[in-house]
Design a protein. Sequence first.
Length: 537
Amino acid sequence: MYVLVQLVYICVSKYRYSKVINEFKVVGNGFSLMMGDAKRADSGSSDSGDDAVVGNVNKHLVYPPGYTGKPKKGHLIFDACFESGNLGRVDYITEHEYDLFVRPDTCNPRFRVWFYFTVENVKADQRVIFNVVNFSKTKSLYREGMSPVVKSTSRPKWQRIPSKTVYYYRCPDHRKNYVMSFAFCFDRADENEVYYFAYSYPYTYTRLQVHLDRIEKKQLNFFKRELLTLTVQQRRLDLLTITSPENFCEDEKRKVVFVTGRVHPGESPASHIVQGFIDFLISNHPIARVLRDNIVFKVVPMLNPDGVYLGNYRCSLMGFDLNRHWQDPSPWAHPTLHATKQYLMNLHSNPWLDIDFYVDIHAHSTLSNCFMYGNIYDDEDRFQRQAVFPRLMCNNAEDFSFANTAFNRDVVKAGTGRRFLGGILDESSYCYTLEVSFYNYFNGLSANPIPYTEETYTRIGRNLAKTFADYYKLSPQMVPKPTAAGAQFKEKEKTSLSKRKSNRVSATSSSSSNGNGNSRSSALSPVPKPKSRDYRF
Ligand SMILES: [Zn+2]
């Protein structure tokens, strides 16, 4: 089995589609049926059909058909053979137009969403149209104006491509699949200028490792990093504990907040949120200090390191959607999930510890804003109390939507962390999925949606941490007075509650009784102004 896994890995990471497709297509698909998850409700199309793509393009030079001369400037070179890279195939349409194929998740061809690739050898002012033609989802925020992100060697900060140059439509040339097309001008053609394109702001496994190494070097006495287990491909599953040193002793009951992220590898915004959460908690901010003094924070920042490394959207190396296997994870098929669950169960049985919260962080491909999913409990009181935390989060974060927050018990979600732990933990504990839009949010102050940036994703992590201080009433003196505009927005949110779909049960507002009013903290929410774009879109 291990050999087979390695085989798939090698084919994914080393070879171009065209070299391996004939040899590995049968192996790849057969393997996925045997190993990976069967059909999923949230995958748009049934399979990848004739467009099956295995492996990433590797410094793939695209010539015009019939061209036999030397490569020239403007013959684009595509590459995705790097960490979190994903691009399976490129078809030349004209000098100005290329069809791009997302490489399906390893061992699970049903998921084709995340892309991340480079283009080089461009001609100055070369204008192109890229068509991404094999997405597995049909509903997408591309309909609402979402656009890919871009950076280049001389401009290393990611920027969103303007919506006006992006089109999302059903295309007769691709079996009526939804196609996302975007126009782009390669304005700089220096030898070293490489252009990077991605579905959303990437956050790689290595970036996390570098960040955690840096924190570890500070030797903070309130920060502990442990190895929970190694993945199939021998990557680290990190567990962080952030709390004041005296809370490491077992001499009195401690409250535990457990946060996980990135079980779905393509949901890179989740990692920006987790980093914001960690960085705030280890900071000198007075709220961070009071939080550390009173709560034990446990964080598993990346639940699916192999999937992140490989550039998958939804699955692990072996093609499993790990967030459907919490009920019975296997140590060999889902090692990271198995180790995390084991650890959580040990915490749960420790008489000195109370797991008060479990929050699993995700990104959402069809909705705006940041919001939460919670559970429905037969115990009405517990169900009502569950709405308190999202309400408080709503007060702290201008991008948090209580209207999008929903509570459910769908059968299909039974294997998620939030649902599984909701059934296991004490009735005084709360389990949520925290979702953030891949695209934008409305803050109620302006009619126009605001596209998320890396900074505003990170800010969610800080606001999440701050909300725990409100929940435990640890910083009452720091809550500012409500603003008129904020109150107006919250009123709108309340009205839209009643419009929710019938399978979603609304939570009863309890914000008026929690003592925090409808205020919105600005102390923790500085949003740097985006730099002016200097691409010629
Ligand atoms: Zn997810």
